[in-house]
Ligand binder design. Structure first.
Ligand code: ASP
Length: 355
């Protein structure tokens, strides 16, 4: 492990493919439109948990359940996975070691939305967001009052910090700065760590990774979820893009849906998911619309700091079941996984913008 760890390093990491996946390449601007197919359910997660989530969502769609049920229950699979350090239970904590979750849900059929921010101790924040959406006239609730609200609806308060996440957090605390009192005693700093402390030779993977789950059901209705533990080691109280409707998630039943992961601050400023859906409304394919959002961010910084490009990944689906994704960082193009009547597959989009 390298000695210097910054938050930015955690963004944009890719996951390995789940067993049995087949990969098909996205059509970028230069290639023609892809074959759309509905019903379908897609997620930004391309690991085995993502595949398990899609199986759950797909089985519900096949039982005739709504896109809303499919995205919520599929996202729950990812939220409940203790191994995933970017979402729900097992997510990496804030700088004080407390797991604070953000999530949103949107139902295109009824043009309803719900979201929670800085929610602690509840493993399935997107289900709390759904209760807010369906059982109140509000869209967004935050912090301790959101927790109290969730408990009234029967959600169980639980410790979300797994041993794995706690160890990663402690590693971060001890290594993030050389000028505070965390880490080795002063007189041992600069010496070979392995010799002093065996613990330091153990490799720990640092990651973050929100998930987006989007679906179109048999009736052509569209729904989406975005759920996350947010930026690892964030300042307590920081809210990212995930619970902000239009930023981390947007659904328009006549058009499609989009979701974002990555540096939330920029997703918020450019209302990325809303922008992507509006681009699709203007006739852009999901792939083109995702790339348009990257181009929009680049345009905003071109006179301020042209070298700056935040780490982002966008995914989108339209009403016909065509999909798209792009990312701004990483060695390879962005991927999403999808489940249709033809089975499970991984779609490879692009990296960056072709504008
Ligand atoms: N978008 C999330 C946030 O800013 C972080 C992530 O996707 O990893 O909270």
């Amino acid at each position: 492990m390298s000695s210097k760890i910054t938050r930015r390093r955690f963004i944009g990491r890719s996951f390995s493919l789940g067993a049995g996946a087949f990969l098909f390449r996205g059509f970028s601007l230069s290639a023609g439109p892809q074959k759309g197919m509905t019903p379908l359910v897609i997620t930004s997660h391309t690991n085995q948990t993502g595949q398990a989530a899609l199986e759950k969502g797909w089985s519900l769609l096949m039982e005739g359940k709504t896109a809303l049920d499919a995205v919520e229950k599929a996202a729950n699979v990812i939220e409940l996975d203790p191994e995933g350090t970017g979402v729900g239970y097992g997510g990496l904590p804030n700088e004080e070691g407390i797991v604070q979750l953000d999530a949103s849900i949107m139902d295109g059929r009824t043009y309803s939305a719900g979201s929670v921010a800085c929610l602690e101790n509840i493993k399935t924040p997107c289900s709390v967001a759904r209760i807010i959406m369906e059982e109140t006239d509000h869209v967004m609730m935050a912090g301790n009052d959101a927790l109290k609200f969730a408990k009234k609806w029967g959600f169980k308060e639980e410790n979300l910090l797994t041993e794995k996440a706690r160890k990663i957090w402690l590693r971060w605390k001890t290594e993030i700065s050389k000028s505070d009192d965390w880490g080795l005693p002063d007189h041992l700093r600069g010496l070979k760590k392995k010799k002093i402390n065996n613990r330091m030779s153990e490799e720990i993977q640092y990651r973050t990774g929100t998930t987006n789950v989007l679906a179109v059901d048999k009736n052509g209705d569209i729904a989406g979820v975005t759920t996350t533990s947010g930026l690892s080691f964030k300042i307590p109280g920081r809210v990212g893009d995930s619970p902000i409707i239009g930023a981390g998630l947007y659904v328009d039943n006549e058009v499609g849906a989009a979701g974002a992961t990555g540096r939330g601050e920029d997703v918020i400023k450019c209302c990325a998911s809303f922008y992507i859906v509006m681009r699709m409304k203007e006739g852009r394919t999901p792939q083109q619309a995702c790339e348009d959002a990257v181009a929009l961010i680049a345009e905003k910084y071109k006179n301020i700091n042209p070298k700056f490009m935040p780490g982002e990944k966008f995914i989108a689906v339209n009403k016909r079941g065509e999909v798209g994704c792009t990312s701004t960082r990483g060695r390879r193009p962005a991927r999403l996984s999808l489940q249709t009547a033809e089975g499970y597959s991984v779609y490879e989009g692009t990296k960056g913008s072709s504008r």
